[in-house]
Design a binder for this molecule. Structure first.
Ligand code: NAD
Length: 269
């Protein structure tokens, strides 16, 4: 189907890269035109289908994003902050939508995406699933309805390979709670308690990260007051939800003006 929009996937051998690959293969709306891995990885130079233990697909894994993005209308990128910053400029030069699922980016790194977003569409979200994006809206509503008698804590759990904490999703939920309360998360964020921390500060938003086994992603937003607790929860059991969301973002982005968007824009929430 040469007239279907072309998708390039970065970090193709990763957990999300392989899931994205399957999602693109199963879709009749797009086709795979590029696959990128880091230099030195043993998938580089191999047909992507063969590298995944299946039939050849006619797309060779490359460590050169310029080559991989050349035919792409969208790049789907779940890699690392450093890699994502490099891909942003190359995707913008190719006028391809850049869907960024990479988490753990600092505010300074996010600001560096600005020049690329002046020339092309960037859709970036710490969580691409419909459920979590709905949960952010619920969190904002509940936080706006309750006062500081309710302590807000975001508790997340992920597999033992995850390198950043709190998760991008936990930070999205924390931002939503802070927004609901009309405060800046940076002023009330309490992460990584250890030792004699003193009593909890009224109005703080706390974060706890659990790491273990193969947990795909679980998030609770706890509102705890004297005598009652409210818990909003999302449990991901399959990475396919993130890949489906990323593909939806890629297709949506193809008809947008240059700019930096998130999944709430894509989902119209
Ligand atoms: P992973 O370690 O399994 O995969 C990352 C892949 O990126 C690896 O194959 C690695 O070799 C590759 N990579 C690193 N640097 C590269 C470079 N310069 N060029 C090309 N490839 C490069 O990790 P994962 O579990 O797939 O997660 C990847 C990222 O996506 C993490 O930041 C994770 O938190 C995030 N994530 C986001 C969502 C979401 O919905 N936004 C969901 C799941 C994971």
């Amino acid at each position: 189907m040469p007239d279907l929009p072309g998708i390039a996937i970065t970090g193709i051998s990763g957990r999300m890269g392989q899931m994205l690959m399957k999602t693109v293969q199963d879709s009749d709306a797009v086709r795979l035109v590029g696959a990128v891995e880091r230099a030195g990885h043993d998938w580089v130079g191999q047909d992507v289908g063969v590298a995944m233990g299946a039939a050849p697909l006619g797309v060779i894994v490359t460590d050169d994003p310029v080559v991989a993005f050349a035919q792409a209308q969208a790049v789907i990128d779940f890699t690392s902050p450093q890699a994502t910053l490099g891909f942003a400029d190359i995707a913008a030069q190719a006028r391809a939508v850049h869907v960024i699922g990479t988490t753990g980016m600092t505010d300074e790194e996010i600001a560096k995406l600005e020049p690329a977003s002046r020339h092309a569409v960037i859709v970036r979200a710490g969580n691409m699933s419909l459920g979590v994006n709905l949960l952010t809206q619920l969190t904002k509503k509940v936080a706006a309805a309750l006062d500081e008698d309710f302590d807000i804590e975001v508790i997340e759990a992920h597999h033992h390979h995850k390198v950043d904490a709190p998760s991008g999703t936990a930070l999205m939920l924390g931002e939503a709670a802070a927004e609901g309360r009309g405060v800046a998360l940076a002023d009330v964020r309490d992460s990584g308690r250890d030792g004699i921390t003193g009593a909890r500060k009224r109005g703080d938003i706390g974060f706890t990260a659990i790491r273990g086994g193969d947990i795909v992603g679980e998030h609770d937003v706890l509102f705890a007051a004297a005598g009652e607790r409210i818990i909003l929860r999302h449990v991901a059991t399959d990475r396919a939800i993130f890949a489906r969301g990323a593909l939806k973002a890629a297709l949506w982005g193809m008809s947008q003006k240059p700019g930096h968007y998130d999944m709430l824009d894509v989902l119209g929430l």
